[in-house]
Design a protein around this ligand. Structure first.
Ligand code: ADP
Ligand code: MG
Length: 386
């Protein structure tokens, strides 16, 4: 059915979130700071968001009873991870307001639908083909090679991707992922990667955070840098306009992250979208007057979206579990006291009970008056973390 016109939920109302990871935790913190009550649904008894929320419903994401309890406790519900079953969102939407809508999340969950949406919006993306059948595999044009085979669903942090140079490698790669639906993308000559966070309200208003420049290591975001001139201004404007048109084309309500590639010829290509706050937007917690999580609260509650202003240059360093093993196989707490002695360092840890290699344990936001100062401090922090 058609979504009911959203009324404003003032502080004192209860906001629900499907998923209990770090993004849900930071959403709960932002909501609570503004006087909202929060409820989290996540099966993990020690989920980062469940640990800090007023209510924690400890069931699976598809459990009808759990979803009904979430809807009963919440005045509105959002999600914090993109692989939340769209059917669960649709079921919830019959019981309470849900944003973003199941239909928009479903597009972001499927690389084939996602790319079709980019094409509809007139935003350039990498040349690609959908591979769902052996016939489609056999018909792949050599123009797409070398390329990257990506599973259409469930990929994140570089998982579900295989780089292929020849038709034989492509066939072997498709076998290796179990012949599930995939997209094959042409490998593009990247100069850099960037992303934009936009927030769109039910009234159609859209605001954006400044364009973030991102550095990945082993397929995982490692560093985000945000300051004046981190990108040519014309390119940044183009990225913001593209992100807004992608959100508007989805009738999106909530926070959306749009990832881009800048190619060596200077052109901008959209990569993928995430229907939620994003790791690359974490700097906004300390460097902007409105964070991406406050934007998520405002959009969900139907509060006004105001254009955020960045007041400090920022470098965000992701803190992976590997840092706990910098000195051997036994986990050691990194020297946070030394890191926090550096000016402008803001530590965010997600309360995860166990450090593991490759696991996102937290992030460090470094703010300063100038890009040079922020980068210098980031280098010092990185040296301390070893
Ligand atoms: P994930 O969902 O894992 O973030 P992405 O599609 O963003 O998957 O791919 C992960 C990384 O792989 C990108 O950030 C980029 O560095 C690289 N990559 C992905 N697609 C391409 C491409 N078509 N050409 C070159 N590099 C790519
Ligand atoms: Mg990505």
């Amino acid at each position: 059915g058609s979504a009911p016109a959203q009324s404003v939920l003032l502080p004192g109302a209860t906001l629900g979130v499907l998923g209990g990871g770090q993004l849900g935790r930071m959403f709960a913190h932002a909501a609570q700071a503004m006087g909202y009550f929060t409820v989290v649904l996540d099966p993990d008894p020690v989920s980062p968001a469940g640990l800090v929320s007023h209510h924690h419903i400890q069931t699976g994401y598809e459990d009808p009873d759990g979803l009904a309890r979430l809807a009963a406790l919440s005045d509105a519900v959002t999600t914090e991870f993109e692989n939340v079953p769209a059917a669960s969102l649709a079921a919830l939407a019959g019981q309470c307001p849900v944003a973003p809508a199941a239909r928009a999340v479903a597009v972001a969950q499927d690389r084939a639908q996602e790319k079709a949406h980019f094409v509809r919006c007139g935003v350039p993306c990498a040349p690609y083909a959908v591979i769902e059948t052996a016939a489609q595999l056999a018909a792949i044009s050599g123009d797409l090679l070398p390329g990257i085979l990506k599973t259409a669903r469930m990929g994140y942090d570089g998982k579900g991707q295989v780089r292929v140079a020849t038709p034989a490698e492509l066939a072997a790669a498709w076998d290796s992922v179990g012949q599930v639906p995939c997209v094959l993308e042409k490998m593009l000559p990247l100069a850099l990667e960037c992303s934009v966070i936009v927030a769109r309200g039910a009234d159609g208003s859209v605001v954006n955070l400044p364009v973030q420049r991102n550095l990945h290591r082993n397929g995982i975001l490692a560093v985000t840098e945000v300051y004046e001139q981190n990108l040519p201004p014309a390119l940044a404007q183009q990225a913001v306009a593209a992100a807004k048109s992608i959100a508007t084309g989805l009738h999106y309500v909530g926070v959306l992250c749009v990832e881009f590639f800048v190619l060596q010829d200077g052109s901008l290509v959209v990569n993928e979208i995430a229907p939620r706050p994003h790791n690359s937007g974490h700097y906004s917690q300390n460097a902007c007057d409105v964070s991406q999580f406050e934007l998520q609260v405002r959009a969900l509650a139907g509060l006004p979206l105001v254009q955020p202003r960045q007041h400090s240059a920022a470098v965000m360093l992701n803190l992976l579990g590997d840092l706990w093993f910098a000195h051997g196989d036994v986990a050691h707490t990194p020297p946070w006291d030394q890191v926090l002695a550096l000016p402008g360092t803001h530590l965010h840890l997600y309360g995860k009970t166990q450090a593991k290699h490759g696991r996102k344990m937290g992030h460090l936001n470094i703010t300063a008056a100038t890009a040079e100062a922020a980068r210098a401090t980031a280098l010092q922090a990185a040296a301390l973390l070893g």
